[in-house]
Design a protein around this ligand. Structure first.
Ligand code: PMP
Length: 361
C-alpha cells in the first residue's frame, strides 16, 4: 500500500508500520490539542502526560525496579561514553571489555577521565566472539565495568551477563534494547541510543540505579552531563527530545500489543535463525561470528570474493532490500533485523540469497 522497501539499515532503521500510521494520524492535531506533538511546549499538560506514560510503559515493558531512574536524554550513545565516566568514576578506576568499535570508543573516552583499563578484548580475533567470564581481568576496586551488550558492527552479542561482584555493570544496549527481556537488576546502568529499536534519532535512554547517581561531581562536569540533575528534573532540566519520546511511547504500546518482550524475543529469535540457517547452508556466503555469540539484531555475512559482495549489494538494492552493505570498517554485508523488520522481510531476503547463490555459485 505504501510501496515500502525492506530496510536493513543498522540505524536509524525501520519503525513499526502501526506506529508510523498513528504518528501520521496524530500529526496535525494530537488528541484534540489542536497541534502536533512537534509544536507543543514540553511543559504543557498534554506533553507531560506523553512523557510520563512513555516512562511508565518503559518501566512496565522492561520490568524496571523502583530504585532505578529512567532518563530521556540527548547526545546519543556516544555522549554517554563520557557521561558514564564523569558520573560513575568515583575513585577514578574503571574496567572496559572491548568487543568492537563502540566499546573501543567508550574505553578511549573513559581514559580521559581516569584509569580506564581494558579487562579483555577479542580484537586479535577480529571481534568474532565475546570473551568468556574466565577471560575477564576485572579489578575488585573498579568503580564500574563497561560492556557493549550487542555489537552492531561485528554482529556479536553477550549471551551471559558477566559476574562483576560488587562492581556495578554498565551496558551499552543501543542495538538490542527492547529486543528481549533483560534482568535490569544485574546492571548498575544501561544506556541506549533510540534510533534502532525505540524511536527516531535524537533520544538516548539511560536507566540507572539510584544509589550510583550523585550531584556533587567535579566542577568541570557540565550540568547537562550530570545524571543526578537530569533524573531529579524528570528529564526536564531543559527541553527534552519531545517528538522521539512520543514515538518511543507509541513503540512501547506496540510491543505491549504483541505480548511484551517475551513475545518480541520469540519473533526475533525466529527471524535470526532463519537467516543464520540460510547462511550456514550457503556455499557462497558465510557468517564469521562464533555460534556462541551470534547477534539476533545484526547479521553479518560475506562471500570470499569482494566482487561478489559488491554485486550482491547492488542486485539486492535493486530488488528492494536496502542498506545491506556492511560497515565500512569490515566490508561484506550486514542485515540489521531489529524489532520492526517483519518476518516476511527476512524470509524474502533468505529467498533472495538462495536465488543469487544459484545464479552466481
Ligand atoms: N553504541 C552502539 C552499540 C551503537 O550501535 C552505536 C551507533 N550505531 C553507538 C553506540 C553510537 O550511537 P550514537 O550515534 O547514538 O552516538
Amino acid at each position: 500500500m505504501y510501496n515500502r522497501i525492506y530496510n536493513f539499515s543498522a540505524g536509524p532503521s525501520m519503525l513499526p508500520v502501526p506506529v508510523l500510521e498513528q504518528a501520521r494520524d496524530e500529526m496535525m492535531n494530537y488528541q484534540g490539542s489542536g497541534m502536533s506533538v512537534m509544536e507543543m511546549s514540553h511543559r504543557s499538560k498534554v506533553y507531560d502526560a506523553i512523557i510520563k506514560e512513555a516512562e511508565a510503559d518503559l518501566r512496565e515493558v522492561m520490568n524496571i525496579p523502583d530504585n532505578y531512574k529512567v532518563m530521556f536524554l540527548q547526545g546519543g550513545a556516544s555522549m554517554q561514553f563520557a557521561n558514564v565516566a564523569m558520573n560513575l568514576m568515583k575513585t577514578g578506576k574503571a574496567d572496559y571489555v572491548v568487543t568492537g568499535q563502540f566499546s573501543g570508543k567508550a574505553y578511549k573516552e573513559g581514559q580521559k577521565f581516569g584509569d580506564a583499563h581494558c579487562a579483555a578484548t577479542t580484537k586479535e580475533e577480529n571481534f568474532t566472539r565475546i570473551p568468556e567470564q574466565e577471560e575477564l581481568n576485572l579489578r575488585a576496586d573498579a568503580d564500574y565495568v563497561h560492556i557493549c551488550y550487542n555489537n552492531t558492527i561485528f554482529g556479536t552479542k553477550w549471551k551471559y551477563v558477566p559476574e562483576t561482584g560488587n562492581v556495578p555493570l554498565v551496558a551499552d544496549m543501543s542495538s538490542c534494547i527492547l529486543s528481549e527481556p533483560v534482568d535490569v537488576t544485574k546492571f548498575g546502568l544501561i544506556y541506549a541510543g533510540a534510533q534502532k529499536n525505540v524511536a527516531p534519532a535524537g533520544l538516548t535512554i539511560v536507566i540507572a540505579r539510584e544509589d550510583l547517581l550523585r550531584e556533587d561531581l567535579p566542577e568541570f562536569v557540565p550540568t547537562m552531563c550530570n545524571y543526578a540533575t537530569m533524573a531529579a528534573n524528570d528529564s526536564m532540566y531543559n527541553t527534552p527530545p519531545c517528538y522521539p519520546i512520543y514515538v518511543c511511547g507509541l513503540v512501547l504500546k506496540w510491543i505491549k500489543s504483541i505480548g511484551g518482550l517475551e513475545a518480541m524475543k520469540e519473533i526475533n529469535a525466529k527471524k535470526a535463525q532463519m537467516l543464520y540457517d540460510t547462511l550456514d547452508n550457503s556455499k557462497l556466503f558465510s557468517n564469521p561470528v562464533k555460534h556462541c555469540c551470534r547477534s539476533m539484531m545484526n547479521v553479518t555475512f560475506r562471500a570470499e570474493d569482494e566482487e561478489i559482495n559488491a554485486k550482491f549489494v547492488k542486485e539486492a538494492t535493486a530488488a528492494g532490500f536496502a542498506n545491506l552493505k556492511g560497515h565500512r570498517s569490515v566490508g561484506g554485508m550486514r542485515a540489521s533485523i531489529y524489532n520492526a523488520m517483519p518476518t516476511e522481510g527476512v524470509a524474502a531476503l533468505c529467498e533472495f540469497i538462495k536465488k543469487f547463490e544459484a545464479e552466481n555459485a
